[in-house]
Design a protein around this ligand. Sequence first.
Ligand SMILES: O=C(O)CCC(=O)C(=O)O
Ligand SMILES: [Fe+2]
Length: 334
Amino acid sequence: MEMNEGKDLRWFDVKNVPEGYIFSKENRPQNLDSPVSDSIPVIDLEKTPIEAIFKASQEFGFFYVINHGVPEKTTNDAINVMKEFFNMPSKDRSGVVLNSKNWIYINSTDFEKDGVYLWRENLKHPCRPLEECIPQWPQEPTRYQEIIAAYIVEIQKLSLRILEMICKGLGLDPGFFNGKSEVQILSTGFYPPCPDPTLTLGILAHQDPSLITLLYQGGLAGLQVLKDGEWINVGAIPNAFVVNIGNQLEIISNGKFKSVLHRVVNSKHETRRSIATFVNPSLDCIIEPAKVLINELEPARYEASKYKDFIGRNKSFGDHTTALLNATPSDNQA
Ligand SMILES: O=C(O)CCC(=O)C(=O)O
Ligand SMILES: [Fe+2]
């Protein structure tokens, strides 16, 4: 009794994995202990030619970027403030579940897939237009808004740079992505240590419904990518971002680039926090294969679709996230 006094016991403070988190045998993760793959391309933004990004997008759909210009202090501050957020006492966090402000906090038991809970907690909010979004983000920890705003400013610069290179690589007009990369959603995952990671998942296999996604892993591995039918482990190169191609860029590229399945596995001893930023079209934007990429020999392989309808059809986001997207300021203005 006395020993536990004041201690904030949480859902993951357990010796065994509770039944609600155990996946059926066929859905459990494999290759947890395989070494990190060395085949995922590393793009050095200071020297890699545009063709390398093109090739990585085409062959892998995933790549690391290094020498990206985002100061280490900015990424460290961001990860640290996320750490503080997820460490807040449960009495503070419970007040923030499905907040009426423009952000959502999803505890492990708020989301289930086929009756099984994920081994993670998740915080999500929109980031554009930045000035309008900032005051609607969490007010605790006190420096959250300031630190994440600085992070998003850098991410916006970096994502523009990457999209520009992709544009050149594909032979699209330089302004092609204007209007198609207007919305940005930040989604941060908290994956606490798990007594038996062979039974659980942090995130189920999915593709991102974004144009591109930029992921900062806080120096810890856990992401797996499906490559040629095998789940391979993505490493956590210090200070690198992982970039992946989302469904919308696959469509625009007429299938030249692939949006690849990925998932997150848990760790026995480490607490992983990751920050994903999705660069998305606005809900009313129509996404279709770029006209310059289709001709008689290469007919369009995808139908044109409003982004809103794509999301509805594919159920790529959970209901909470769809509601959040519907509430993003940039779409209200459209
Ligand atoms: O946490 C991660 O490493 C990946 C997150 C992810 O895939 C997502 O949020 O879509
Ligand atoms: Fe993802």
